[in-house]
Design a protein around this ligand. Structure first.
Ligand SMILES: [Fe+2]
Ligand SMILES: [Fe+2]
Length: 468
């Protein structure tokens, strides 16, 4: 066998091996890895693995956004055990596992035991790679998200969605919430916001990539952390705020999908089901000893407004928690600027106008003005008209010069519009601010999210998975 057919056969064998490993890991949640039931399945995995390693030096298994990929090809088909394995790895920050030639049964058993161990205990003992080293596990190498180079924002974003998704599934099935992976993600987001803020500036290119609820939660978390940074919250409070905002909508896991995904406004009955999610979320979170109290407060209060309108209605409203006020502002902005099945996304400046006018009484005024100042006169994702019928899209702010943000030009190409590779300060394209207008991409039929997504995809090229 040669070429593509040979590769396919290899891929199939490797996929079978990884599915066997995933099944063994399921057994490890009931028995010790040294138990004969587990040993037998692990031995089967080892047999397949050794056959594979006769013709190649190593087998690399990656976990990307809920997918398991081998040799950068996703393993297709529905395998519950694979999903569990991907979740277990994501919660432990394991992005890729490499099995190398020379690996033995003892290494695999030791690795399986660490993967099944309490993630927080593993983390507090220095992380999985460290423990593997200490326990003499050889020929298995794990790569961790937290060890990825700074600025790899797509990975942080994708992983946060993964850990949130598996946390939400835990809530639905009333399993204890595995918070370690969530905390790791929050730490990475706070690192990014305190450092390069690349995730923040790229939010517009990430919209619509995954289920709305998860994406929305991650975006609110990022916006809230940035607003928290702007008002001078210290790091530990930013992490607490990040956790609370990431989990704010967790009660939606109890809302039927038909209502969550309804392509239109909800009727009264549907709305009354939907409006239970703050209470359901708060109840689920308050039961979790590892989740700070502020998370259940934010889940409960995030649809209550500053002027005491909103829901759930309470007999004697009290002032809302600072984190709930921040979450409320981030929530409105993200909701307005995100495309929904029944309406287009509003351009950022239009959303700002709506927040200033219609929403103003509902949002805490000082926080709102900090938030609007933080977005600046040209928020990222704004489409600008330049002299000479040229257009550009704002990609990120420019240090202390809010009126001169970085932009990419909209270029016409054979396949339609695209954004220039080069990012320039706005004033290099138009020295006179008078010549600049703000345009509505919806009116022009431009899909800005797609353009931004394509323009920023380069940074993720090496790690892209070929979904076959
Ligand atoms: Fe909500
Ligand atoms: Fe929300």
């Amino acid at each position: 066998m040669s070429g593509r057919a040979g590769q396919d056969a290899q891929h199939e064998l490797a996929a079978r091996a990884v599915i066997t490993f995933a099944r063994a890991m399921k057994n490890v949640s009931f028995y010790e890895p040294s138990h004969p039931v587990v040993r037998e399945v692990l031995q089967k995995f080892l047999d397949d693995l050794l056959t594979l390693l006769e013709s190649r030096p190593e087998l690399v298994v990656k976990f990307v956004s809920g997918y398991v990929a081998i040799d950068n090809r996703a393993v297709t088909g529905r395998h519950a055990a694979l999903g569990n394995l991907a979740g277990a790895c994501a919660r432990r920050g394991v992005e890729a596992v490499t099995f190398q030639r020379g690996v033995r049964a003892g290494d695999i058993e030791g690795f399986a035991a660490l993967l099944a161990a309490d993630p927080e205990a593993v983390e507090s003992s220095g992380g999985i790679s460290n423990l593997m080293l200490r326990e003499g596990i050889q020929h298995i190498v794990v790569e961790r998200f937290s060890e990825r180079p700074r600025g790899d924002w797509r990975w942080v974003h994708a992983r946060t969605i993964d850990v949130l998704r598996s946390a939400a599934v835990g809530v639905r099935t009333h399993r204890p919430l595995d918070i370690a992976g969530v905390r790791l993600s929050i730490r990475e987001i706070v690192d990014d916001v305190l450092g390069e803020r690349s995730i923040l500036f790229n939010l517009n290119s990430l919209k619509g990539m995954d289920e709305y609820t998860f994406i929305h939660a991650v975006h609110i978390c990022i916006l809230a952390i940035e607003l928290g940074r702007q008002i001078g919250l210290e790091r530990s409070r930013l992490e607490e705020l990040g956790l609370a905002t990431l989990l704010h909508d967790v009660g939606k896991i109890f809302v039927p999908l038909g209502i969550l995904r309804k392509p239109g406004p909800l009727d009264d009955e549907e709305f009354s089901v939907m409006s239970r999610h703050p209470v359901d979320g708060a109840v689920a979170l308050v039961r979790e000893p590892q989740v700070p109290e502020t998370a259940s407060i934010v889940a409960f209060e995030h649809h209550m407004h500053y002027d005491h309108s909103g829901y759930p209605r309470v007999p004697r409203p009290r002032p809302l928690h600072l984190y709930s006020l921040i979450a409320g502002i981030a929530d409105v902005y993200d909701a307005l600027t995100t495309i929904r099945p029944y309406r287009p996304a509003l351009p950022p400046l239009r959303a700002v106008e709506v927040m200033r006018s219609e929403q103003s009484g509902r949002l805490e005024p000082r926080l709102l003005s900090r938030f609007l100042a933080m977005l600046g006169p040209y928020p990222s994702g704004t489409l600008l008209g330049l002299p000479g019928e040229r257009m550009a899209v704002v990609t990120r702010p420019n240090g202390d010069a809010p009126e001169n943000p970085f932009v990419r030009r909209v270029e016409e190409s054979a396949g339609g519009n695209r954004l220039s590779r080069e990012e320039l300060p706005l004033q290099e394209l138009s020295a006179a601010p008078g010549g600049i207008t703000v345009l509505d991409p919806n009116a022009l039929g431009l899909d800005l999210t797609a353009l931004l997504h394509e323009a920023t995809a380069g940074s993720a090229l090496e790690t892209q998975v070929e979904l076959v």
